[in-house]
Ligand binder design. Sequence first.
Ligand code: C5P
Length: 249
Amino acid sequence: MTAALPNRIPNDSARYLSDDPRQRLIVALDVSTAAAAQKIVAAVGDSALTYKVGMQLYTAVGPQVVRDLVASGRRVFLDLKYHDIPNTVGAAVAEAEKLGVSMLTVHAAGSGKMLRAAADAAKVRTDLIVLAVTVLTSMDGQDLEKIGVRGSVEDSVVRLATLALANGCQGVVTSAREASTIRAELGHNFAIVTPGVRPAGSSIGDQVRVVTPAEAIAAGASHIVVGRPITEAADPAAEARAILGQINS
Ligand code: C5P
């Protein structure tokens, strides 16, 4: 499928595709207490700059964990996957902006109007990246069909990414499997954040389809999200450094 290129893709690609591998690694803080989160951040040290706060940690401890991370000089990827009417999502994004987050997520399936409301609310800070979740990595073609979406996962991902970029979002969250197709169809001037990454040689846990950091970057990811391989490592800093090495290889 050939997608029309949206007009409002940011042209500052360096912002998304930095040479410093630390700009491309996001460590997921999937824990339930602020103390556990802080322990991971302290253990990782300077080996990562950006931390993902998702619905588990945010629901457990609230926004103070975000404020504390930002106050300590870390960047926060707030992964709450907003999906509601445009007015409500715009208001939530405005609050996230006030918390000082650097990246946040909305569901692309919420419609162009909702995506536009999110992007407009984030505009007050030029360095705030609104990412649209395309198709959850846990969903396959049969799951899509059961909710009334026809066609392949790949078609849906490209369609949703096109919608997101046309409505002012600066990037997408997608599996590394679809990243190369999105790059081929839509270019390079936007972020692609990919989860489901496992360092070469590590245990895959409950992940079914995984790629290595090098494979994700080669497929076109600008950022990778890594959780348990780092957070549950005996030496999280060493594991993060090993992943940085693989990003650069
Ligand atoms: O598996 P891991 O601990 O590295 O997961 C890190 C984050 O990536 C989790 O917070 C999860 O939400 C996300 N993830 C995902 N799709 C996957 C695997 C993980 O979105 N297939």
